[in-house]
Design a protein around this ligand. Structure first.
Ligand code: SF4
Length: 324
């Protein structure tokens, strides 16, 4: 039913990215693994994938690539995913950890190793990751990229030095045809979502859509269409989200971990990437029925959340629209 599914696996992350609060749950994640609750959550994800048979599956964490049995888990999930599985990684772990990943069983042709750059520049990287060694990061990208999966790397539009980041990436990684590059609006959507930053990003987005990126390094091809452009256009016309594609058909179901104990876990779920963090439904593993999710989608009650759509902020703060 849903074209894409997003899941957040319960696996501690070694990164300490400045804008991200997920690593603060590492202690809890480990406890849930030890208690067996994490396994129940991961089994539920399998059930959801089997039930909704998405074209694409996106897996974040924590750090999913560090999961024990990740290769076999990907193979199980892959049986019910029509096209591709995007496996997110931060590339922030030691060389020893990298060499001992449990990748046996990985369906290489279906998995795309996916990464959003915190900043492809030593100084920004050091600041954004709170000191993870840049050279080890580069080495991890090179070594893991040599495995037979495709790679997808996203760059952040609102970085002032995007052009330089792309040049450095081309020089240090030398991406071949197994890489796909694209752009993302911001990497701090949950916090610091200030009007000034949104305005700056919006200006960059509009300029990029109009002009493309000038002077890309040779051989580097980057996709410049962005998730949410249609909704932005609708808001600019003042339609209040009416024409947004996420409201017309079940394009996305995304799960995120909320809370958990030794008996059950509460997962948040929502139907688009742009609802503010406070807007979601809750699913309790082992206690609720997967059909409740379909029902929640079909009632359409969640359309009222669109008044708080994050994309609407772009439009409101750009001064380019009649949307109020
Ligand atoms: S919040 Fe509503 S209008 Fe905004 S992208 Fe999501 S479904 Fe569309």
């Amino acid at each position: 039913m849903f074209k894409s599914l997003r899941i957040q696996v319960i696996q501690p992350c070694r990164a300490r990215c400045k804008w991200c609060g997920t690593y603060k749950k590492n202690g809890l994640f480990q406890k849930l693994i030890d208690q067996g609750t994490a396994k129940k959550v991961h089994d539920f994800y399998l059930e959801a994938v089997e039930r909704f048979k998405p074209e694409s599956l996106y897996i974040s964490g924590g750090e999913p690539i560090l999961m024990e049995g990740i290769g076999k888990y990907l193979a199980e999930l892959g049986k019910h995913v029509e096209r591709r599985i995007f496996l997110f990684t931060s590339f922030q772990y030691s060389a020893q950890t990298r060499e001992n990943l449990d990748l046996e069983g990985t369906p290489w042709d279906k998995v795309i190793l996916t990464h959003t750059t915190a900043g492809f520049d030593r100084e920004i990287w050091d600041d954004m990751t709170q000191g993870f060694p840049f050279d080890l990061y580069i080495d991890n990208i090179r070594k893991l990229s040599a495995l037979p999966w495709r790679k997808h790397v996203k760059f952040i539009i609102n970085h002032d030095n995007l052009q330089k980041e792309l040049e450095d990436f081309a020089e240090l990684i030398k991406p071949d045809k197994t890489f796909h590059l694209s752009l993302k609006l911001m990497n701090n959507q949950a916090g610091n979502f200030g009007a000034g930053e949104i305005k700056k990003t919006r200006e960059n987005v509009l300029k990029l859509i109009k002009d493309g990126i000038a002077g890309l390094p040779e051989g580097l091809d980057i996709e410049t269409n962005l998730t949410g452009e249609d909704a932005i256009a609708g808001f600019m016309k003042g339609d209040g989200g009416e024409s947004c594609p996420y409201r017309k058909e079940p394009l996305e179901l995304r799960f995120a971990f909320h809370k958990g104990n030794d008996k059950s876990a509460k997962l948040q779920y929502r139907f688009c990437p742009h609802f503010p963090p406070s807007k979601h439904y809750i699913f309790k593993t082992g206690r609720e029925n997967i059909d409740d999710i379909t029902l929640a989608y079909n009632t359409g009650k969640w359309h009222s959340w669109c008044s708080k759509c994050r994309l609407r902020l772009y439009v409101k703060n750009s001064g380019a629209s009649s949307d109020e």
